[in-house]
Design a protein around this ligand. Structure first.
Ligand SMILES: NC(=O)c1ccc[n+]([C@@H]2O[C@H](COP(=O)([O-])OP(=O)(O)OC[C@H]3O[C@@H](n4cnc5c(N)ncnc54)[C@H](OP(=O)(O)O)[C@@H]3O)[C@@H](O)[C@H]2O)c1
Length: 291
């Protein structure tokens, strides 16, 4: 049987695919650009067109599939957007669904992930929720523009700490779970990096790794919102969600460090310094692959 990877071109999905292939699984990579997926994975996976907002695409995506990595595309803001796909999984023999959720969501009902977790649990499908902390890829991706162009970490997180995790490590944890589904029925795993850093420490590490003086600008929430909407031209809804996440971060919700990654994989998560070394080009050149 096959494993369906939704959001296969995304930060986490691409690593779920790669780690499943290392475990000799038959992978079906799903998304709205199948040709791109074929190129990304050098033809080593089956690809399928999937749009969560179009039920007509579900049957082919779930054909002969018995395990699913499920993610919520960031622009689908309502939990209900994923319910038809969850209903479609329920109608089939799915041994395990691993949903990419969010750290702390079991106590925080505001992010859509909370209701999506509850809907999956109520469906009766065996589940293993993955609740990661902030991705290191936020720094090498969306926030890398100000780091490259202005030598500034421009994030409105105040003095708070964040236990950043590499999306590659999240991919490994999810693939480990999907490869051994019976062991993880009805479980949840909070996956974080090995340390919680404030953004002054992030700037210090980036200074050391790039050899340039990089400072933490520590912008207020409104200044950040205005910059990302007016100068960066990012969509208002997207920027507002990130502002809400940084408000929570300031309240200390992003700083917990857990041992779940190690327990699942037997490895230690990658440190932010190692990540910065491995992704140096994102902080020095304008790399499309980083955004
Ligand atoms: N960034 C963080 O720090 C962080 C932390 C914890 C949790 N999360 C959660 O992680 C999730 C995002 O994961 P990610 O960063 O791996 O994804 P991502 O890089 O944002 O990529 C989005 C993926 O969704 C697919 N997609 C877009 N619209 C779709 C649709 N209508 N139907 C089916 N697929 C669609 C895209 O592929 P196509 O364009 O080919 O369809 C793409 O692969 C979000 O729910 C976010 O809240 C993020």
């Amino acid at each position: 049987m096959k494993v369906l990877v939704t959001g296969a071109s995304g930060n986490v999905g691409r690593y779920v695919v790669e780690e499943l292939l290392k475990k000799d699984e038959h992978v079906v990579a799903a998304g709205q650009s199948p040709d791109r997926l074929t190129d990304m994975f050098n033809g080593k996976v089956e690809v399928v067109y999937l749009d969560f907002t179009d039920e007509a695409t579900f049957e082919q995506a779930l054909d002969e599939v018995d395990r699913v990595y499920l993610m919520r595309p960031p622009h689908l803001g309502k939990p209900e957007d994923l319910y038809p796909f969850i209903d479609a999984m329920k109608a089939r023999e799915i041994k395990l669904v691993s949903f990419l959720s969010l750290m702390g969501v079991e106590k925080n009902t505001i992010p859509p992930h909370h209701k999506i977790e509850k809907y999956i649990e109520a469906s009766g499908i065996p589940y293993a929720h993955i609740r990661p902390g902030f991705f290191m890829q936020n720094v090498s991706g969306i926030h890398s523009v100000e780091i490259r162009e202005r030598n500034e970490v421009f994030v409105p997180a105040g003095k708070s700490k964040t236990s950043f995790i590499d999306a590659e490590d999240i991919g490994l944890a999810i693939a480990t779970i999907l490869h051994d589904p019976d062991q993880y029925h009805h479980t949840a795993h909070t996956i974080t990096g090995r340390e919680a850093l404030d953004y002054d420490q992030v700037a210090e590490i980036l200074t050391e790794v790039t050899g340039r003086e990089i400072r933490y600008a520590k912008p207020g929430l409104l200044k950040y919102r205005k910059h990302y909407m007016k100068e960066r031209g990012l969509a208002k809804d997207y920027v507002n969600v990130t502002v809400a996440l940084y408000v929570m971060t300031r309240l200390g919700t992003a700083k917990d460090v857990t041992d779940d990654f190690h327990q699942l994989t037997g490895r230690q998560p990658r440190s932010f310094k190692q990540f910065a070394i491995d992704h140096l080009e994102c902080f020095t050149k304008n790399e499309d692959s980083c955004l």
